[in-house]
Ligand binder design. Structure first.
Ligand code: FMN
Length: 182
């Protein structure tokens, strides 16, 4: 069984990216499970806070989930052509302390997907993740990018992914990532 941790980079209750993560959980191929982690409640990174109190408990818990998982699925919104601050902030905390980085992220298979109501479906923010994944020492998968544009048209009133074409693209994306993890 391949077990993934999925992280949505949005705190909004009605987040489209969280809806896409929920759809991934539903459509995971046989042999794969996806567990949603959460970045909610992670404080702003502050070196003084780290020096005084160490790694915040929520961050420490999430680090263990990622370390134990076979892969990480990042579901990223796009703000101003890049990674939203709350998501980057969470990764910055998760990368601490530096001597624990390779245990948590080293060689970790990582897939990125994302969605926006706009026309380009997070192309720019997904690209902005690449140098971050490099410095984390992760093993990003580039097999088949998933940019979901005009997402509001693909969801129903309860924010379930109902567009069959997008569902199929998501199934293929997850199957490709499963093969990559092997
Ligand atoms: C500060 C801010 C900047 C944004 N910049 C972009 C952008 O550069 N490209 C884009 O496609 N959407 C942009 N958006 C729109 C987001 O894609 C949209 O709010 C989306 O719903 C956020 O993801 P979520 O639904 O998962 O919270 C921006 C939204 C905010 C609040």
């Amino acid at each position: 069984m391949t077990h993934l941790i999925g992280l949505s980079g949005s705190l909004r209750k009605a987040s489209y990216n969280s809806a896409l993560l929920n759809a991934a959980i539903e459509l995971a191929p046989e042999g794969m499970t996806i567990e949603a982690g959460s970045i909610r409640g992670i404080p702003l990174y502050d070196g003084d806070l780290e020096a005084a109190a160490g790694i915040p408990p929520l961050v420490a818990q999430l680090k263990e989930l990622i370390a134990a998982a076979d892969g990480l699925l990042l579901v990223t919104p796009e703000y101003n052509n890049s990674i939203p601050g709350v998501f980057k902030n969470a990764i910055d905390w998760l990368s601490r302390p530096a001597n624990d980085l390779s245990r948590v992220f080293g060689g970790k298979p990582v897939a990125i997907m994302g969605t926006s109501p706009g026309r380009f479906g997070t192309i720019m923010s997904q690209a902005a993740w690449l140098p971050v994944l490099r410095v984390l020492g992760a093993r990003p998968w580039f097999g088949s990018p998933l940019y979901v544009s005009a997402v509001h048209k693909a969801l129903d009133a309860e924010h379930r992914l109902v567009d069959e074409e997008v569902r199929e693209r998501l199934r293929k994306f997850l199957a490709g990532f499963a093969s990559f993890i092997g």
